[in-house]
Design a protein around this ligand. Structure first.
Ligand SMILES: *[C@@H]1O[C@H](CO)[C@@H](O)[C@H](O)[C@H]1NC(C)=O
Ligand SMILES: *[C@@H]1O[C@H](CO)[C@@H](O)[C@H](O)[C@H]1NC(C)=O
Ligand SMILES: *[C@@H]1O[C@H](CO)[C@@H](O)[C@H](O)[C@H]1NC(C)=O
Ligand SMILES: *[C@@H]1O[C@H](CO)[C@@H](O)[C@H](O)[C@H]1NC(C)=O
Ligand SMILES: *[C@@H]1O[C@H](CO)[C@@H](O)[C@H](O)[C@H]1NC(C)=O
Ligand SMILES: *[C@@H]1O[C@H](CO)[C@@H](O)[C@H](O)[C@H]1NC(C)=O
Ligand SMILES: *[C@@H]1O[C@H](CO)[C@@H](O)[C@H](O)[C@H]1NC(C)=O
Length: 329
């Protein structure tokens, strides 16, 4: 009986693996099989990474090897030792220096002496840039947030000037409330007006990169940066209020000036003896009438000096000289 069960199990496993085989494309007739062929992407500066899925649980580092060799005379045959990403998925990081666009590599996946898969790989057609990093958010002038991050490629690398970015700014309390910004200019910075985001809300930003000229994949997202969006109403909105307040203040100042002047006039200016109201003027007016009657003969006139305080200092023949007065204070 145990023998029959063993046979049944074996038949079952053959049928199952046969079914899986028809899905995969290049599976050798051995015991170890891939469920999904390797897919390989390069950061186009130092490393290309292949990932594939095995038909069953596999210890990638002990059972498998990936060899890679540049299709160029005298180039070395390198070996990559894969690692498990989970029980059936293997990844392998192949170091490749000084990749250029014409490079083509020959890749072979081995299980011992058994060839599981072979393909040629042109890195420049399978670029996945490195993720940007060092994302920070600073308050900048006039209610603007300044986001900066680092270009993951050093200045001498091919991709340094090819990279453009996409920034995702999302409300931490409402994942559906997010904004996407295309940063297609050179320079890893983005300015966001605080007024375009909800005031008092907490926001999270992350950035990813791609190289359009290589028709690359998107990079992974950078680590995110979060901040609280607080801001005062922008100047334009505060301006009308400021103008109204200024008008009211100016009006108040004008009114208080007006009333002060009235008051000063009443209490001080009107107390100052006014010649027009003094008895002397009455006399002078009288005198002038007399003078007119006397034939307006001013030849005998002498200066009359009359002090403001009503004391005549020198009055001579006032009657003959009605209209020449010198007031001295
Ligand atoms: C694979 O085998 C090696 C050596 O036996 C062991 O150290 C390692 O932990 C195994 N890895 C997995 C994922 O089982
Ligand atoms: C690379 O070396 C491995 C053995 O280390 C060999 O099996 C494989 O055929 C070689 N590949 C090429 C393309 O020469
Ligand atoms: C972050 O900045 C440091 C120092 O400037 C730099 O060495 C590092 O490469 C940057 N990280 C990324 C992912 O670019
Ligand atoms: C605002 O950004 C400009 C340009 O990047 C910078 O020169 C300035 O120092 C920033 N101001 C503040 C307050 O961060
Ligand atoms: C932006 O981020 C938010 C929050 O993580 C996410 O729900 C949304 O799908 C993202 N949008 C894009 C276009 O990546
Ligand atoms: C960003 O730019 C790409 C092309 O450069 C375009 O296809 C995409 O729709 C743009 N996305 C947004 C949110 O503007
Ligand atoms: C860019 O790549 C995608 C697949 O990643 C492909 O469908 C598309 O045709 C490519 N575009 C160009 C212009 O090569």
């Amino acid at each position: 009986m145990p023998l029959l069960m063993l046979v049944l199990a074996t038949v079952h496993s053959i049928v199952t693996s046969g079914f899986i085989c028809s899905e995969g494309s290049r599976v050798s007739p051995g015991s170890v099989k891939t469920r999904q062929e390797p897919t390989c992407l390069t950061d186009y500066i130092s490393t290309s990474t292949c990932e594939w899925e095995m038909a069953g649980p596999t210890n990638c580092s002990t059972e498998l090897r990936l060899t890679y060799q540049l299709n160029f005379i005298f180039s070395e045959n390198y070996t990559c030792v894969p690692e498990n990403r989970d029980s059936t998925v293997c990844t392998c990081d192949m170091l490749m220096d000084n990749v250029v666009s014409v490079d083509i590599y020959q890749l072979d996946l081995w299980a011992g002496k058994q060839l599981l898969w072979t393909a040629s790989f042109k890195p420049s057609e399978h670029v996945k840039p490195r993720a940007p990093g060092n994302l920070t958010v600073h308050a900048n002038v006039s209610h603007t947030w300044l986001l900066t991050w680092s270009n993951p490629y050093p200045p001498e690398s091919h991709l340094n000037s090819e990279i453009t970015y996409l920034v995702n700014v999302s409300n931490e309390n409402d994942p559906k409330d997010f904004k996407i910004y295309n940063v297609t200019y050179l320079g890893p910075t983005l300015r966001i007006a605080a007024s375009t985001l909800k005031s008092g809300a907490s926001y999270s930003a992350r950035v990813k990169a791609w190289a359009q000229s290589y028709n690359s994949s998107w990079s992974e997202w950078s680590p995110s940066a979060t901040w609280l969006n607080y801001y005062q109403e922008p100047l334009e909105q505060r301006l009308p209020l400021g103008v109204s307040i200024s008008c009211v203040i100016i009006l108040a100042i004008c009114l208080s000036c007006y009333f002060s002047i009235i008051k000063i006039k009443k209490e001080w200016w009107d107390q100052i003896p006014n010649p027009a109201h003094s008895p002397l003027v009455a006399i002078v007016i009288q005198d002038s009438q007399v003078g007119e009657q006397a034939g307006e003969d001013a030849s005998d006139c002498v200066y009359q000096e009359v002090s403001l305080w009503g004391k005549r200092s020198r009055v001579q023949e006032a009657a003959k000289c009605p209209y020449v007065y010198k007031l001295r204070s």
